[in-house]
Ligand binder design. Structure first.
Ligand code: HEM
Length: 405
């Protein structure tokens, strides 16, 4: 689809893009939000502040540039991003806006290159190709989400039917459609976006939360960690609003379930679910689902937390392990209290390491799913690679924009 000369320019300017990628995308967002403040309703302003989102966009364009001859190798990554876009209600008409400001920023940063016009033209063409792939992928996803029984497009109003504290910092919200219509099923591991307006004079905020219960219920459940600001960061705008202002009877706008970090149920191999902190939410959904649909499939659930008071859903997982011979449960506390040390499933004190996983996992020939903070993901991924687990059986999810581990 791309001319040979275009590809050549992309290949030769990709290293510059990598070096200057963050400057380009930071400039791009600044200008775009100046001219299109309505887009502030879609983008996560906290991720903008921390530079995470510009990095993710730069990373994708760079990957597209390097792989321009075989874009199909990027399809899993493209689908993951497209799920996120669909969940955020990104529309085809947004693509030319993003493209315009991206190219404008590139021109500004690369203005001293002698062949700047050719470079911009090549990137314009490439952006067009990549944007079309996204638009088409997302169109199919919107249609699928809408055509499902109980499905919908865009936002749907949900009523909070129950709020339940799960740990000192994690609270679950049980949600039912306000229109009392049917509720779309989902794949365990998927998430929804919640849109809130904590301050009516400011743009709306959207956040993604994993669905933390199985899909066979007549409600959705999300379990939200109250993000307390640390080291100069502000408190989490949305999580604090949900914890402090939203009560049973209030309503929230949700987009339909999305995401490609999902439980593959066509395997008989044992399942190993490894959770770091609030990363347990999609994994509890997987555990609950597997125990209903495939009760004999062996599941090992490993929960790592700072301590017992920060450990959510412990009673639930513990009672599942006590009630079923196919569920094993291992707990790892970084700094356990005296009482925490009496936890019957406590396997290790300190951080997750090879020793813990070796002790916890009875049969390494398993399917692995893990979710948690980046250092945790890196650690677990490294251990599984060392064990020789093939990539196809290693599944993990970032909370926040994807990064390289
Ligand atoms: C997220 C790439 C177009 C809005 C992302 C992510 C990537 C990406 C890599 C991070 C995904 C993740 O967190 O897993 C791209 C590319 C585009 C494109 C390559 C064009 C070809 C758009 C457009 C919009 C948009 C047109 C809407 C105006 C967003 C938003 C997020 C996102 C709001 C989430 C950001 C956050 O939560 O901080 N995109 N995107 N993107 N994208 Fe795009």
């Amino acid at each position: 689809v791309l001319k040979e000369s275009t590809k050549e320019i992309i290949r030769s300017t990709a290293p510059v893009l990598e070096q200057e990628g963050e400057r380009i995308t930071s400039l791009f967002y600044k200008k775009m939000f100046q001219d299109h403040p309505e887009l502030l309703n879609i983008f996560n302003q906290t991720n903008q502040k921390q530079g995470k989102q510009p990095r993710a966009l730069a990373g994708t364009l760079y990957a597209a540039a390097v792989n321009i001859d075989r874009l199909e190798s990027l399809l899993p990554a493209i689908r993951q991003i497209a799920h996120k876009h669909r969940s955020l209600n990104v529309k085809p008409e947004h693509y030319p806006i993003v493209g315009k400001y991206l190219l404008m920023a590139m021109r500004e940063v690369l203005q001293d290159s002698p062949d700047i016009d050719d470079i911009i033209e090549a990137w314009e063409e490439t952006y067009g190709v990549v944007a079309k792939v996204f638009i088409d992928t997302e169109a199919a996803m919107y249609a699928e989400a809408e055509e499902k029984i109980g499905g919908w497009r865009g936002f749907r109003e949900f009523t909070v039917i129950k709020k339940e504290q799960e740990s000192r910092v994690i609270t679950s919200f049980y949600l039912k459609p306000a229109d009392e219509g049917p509720l779309a099923s989902f794949e365990p591991g998927q998430y929804i976006s919640v849109q809130v307006m904590p301050d009516y004079s400011k743009p709306a905020h959207m956040r993604q939360y994993s669905l933390s219960d199985s899909p066979d219920k007549d409600y959705y459940r999300i379990s939200v960690k109250k993000e307390e600001g640390m080291q100069g960061h502000e408190d989490g705008v949305v999580s604090n609003y949900l914890h402090e202002k939203i009560e049973a009877g209030d309503t929230l706008n949700l987009t339909a379930p999305a995401g490609s970090f999902t439980l593959k149920e066509n395997s008989d191999r044992p399942l190993v679910l490894i959770a770091g902190g609030v990363g347990l939410t999609p994994l509890v959904s997987m555990l609950n689902t597997s125990s209903v649909r495939n009760p004999d499939r062996p599941v090992t659930f490993v929960a790592a937390a700072k301590s017992g008071e920060l450990h959510a859903m412990d009673d639930h997982v513990r009672s599942m392990a006590e009630g079923s011979s196919s569920v094993r449960y291992a707990v790892c506390y970084e700094t356990p209290s005296v009482e925490d040390r009496r936890h019957p499933n406590l396997l290790k004190e300190g951080l997750v390491d090879e020793e813990l996983l070796s002790d916890a996992v009875p049969d390494k020939d398993a399917e692995y799913y893990f979710c948690g903070p980046v250092p945790f993901l890196r650690k677990v991924n490294g251990i599984l690679r060392d064990w020789g687990i093939p990539e196809s059986r290693i599944n993990f999810e970032f909370f926040g924009p994807s990064q390289s581990i």
